[in-house]
Design a protein around this ligand. Structure first.
Ligand code: NAD
Length: 255
């Protein structure tokens, strides 16, 4: 067995998660377990990882279902006995609509994939980390969790919740030497934001109050502009005295 550290990355199939996995594979520090509910794209990410010479198991998981998260964490614990780094990254968004037009289905999706999924991931990975008395959990929040994002009311609220979970867990888990931090991306070009952009164009939707970034030619980031920070945060040497931190990479869109 290799003596690498063990990372679990959820929401690993596409976008920021996939780019982070490829970067961590290049770093060569971790053997990885990849989770997502999109089987085909997840397997593609695992393949990209293996091409970089890093071990990567893919475990198809709906992170919003507690039993599936338990099974995922059991897989990691049975195979490696530990989880050193957990990038708790899955997320979903409802299409932009004024508050009064948000549907129950819109709510169900984002509460499931952003709030419940974040919580269940933290809860079950923390149980392993409590046993080993160490670990780092990095949640993916959003600039929409730091300030209101009009047109995305429930998404914005769930990302505020991710920041709330991060802060409470940072306090509760400090006694076990577990650090909990939150990365807040602004607008990056991924399948999630491309779908939103298309919907906005097709429906001529304009946000009641827009939140445009200051940096970048298209005022959007490329995932290559966030993976370096994820790689740095995955390195214990950089984060040993860091917990409850909310790290923004948003091109200034929260200013
Ligand atoms: N792209 C951005 O501009 C941006 C900005 C702020 C925050 N974020 C956050 O970054 C994270 C990654 O998003 P992305 O932009 O890469 O989008 P993406 O759609 O490419 O990636 C999200 C991944 O999460 C997976 N997922 C969603 N719900 C899941 C569930 N219940 N169980 C398992 N997997 C699930 C999807 O299948 C997908 O692979 C999300 O939490 C998102 O809210 C993205």
């Amino acid at each position: 067995m290799s003596n690498k550290k063990i990372a679990l990355i959820s929401g690993a199939a596409t976008g920021i998660g996939r780019a982070a996995v490829v970067r961590l594979a290049e770093d060569g520090v971790y053997d990885m377990i990849l989770a997502d509910w999109n089987k085909a794209e997840l397997e593609q990410t695992a393949q990209m990882c293996k091409e970089k010479g890093a071990a990567a198991d893919s475990v198809v998981t709906d992170m919003g279902k507690e039993a599936e998260v338990e099974a995922l964490v059991k897989f990691a614990a049975d195979k490696y006995g530990r989880v050193d780094f957990f990038f708790n990254n899955q997320g979903a968004i409802h299409m932009p609509k004024d508050f009064e037009n948000i549907t129950a289905e819109d709510m169900d999706l984002v509460i499931h994939s952003n709030f419940k999924a974040c919580f269940f991931g933290m809860k079950h990975v923390a149980r392993v980390m409590i046993r080993q008395k160490s670990g780092h959990i990095l949640n993916t929040g959003s600039s929409s969790g730091l300030r209101p994002e009009t047109g995305f009311s429930v998404y914005s609220a769930t990302k505020h919740a991710v920041i709330g979970l991060t802060k409470v867990a940072a306090i509760e888990f400090a006694r076990y030497n577990i650090r909990v931090n939150c990365l807040c991306p602004g607008g990056y070009i991924t399948p999630l934001t491309v779908a939103v952009g298309q919907y906005m164009q097709e429906h001529s939707y304009a946000q009641p109050k827009s939140s445009v970034a200051l940096l970048g030619p298209a005022k959007m980031g490329d995932v290559s502009e966030i993976v370096g920070m994820i790689s740095a945060l995955a390195d214990d040497a950089n984060t040993s005295y860091m917990t409850g931190a909310i790290v923004s990479l948003d091109g200034g869109n929260t200013l």
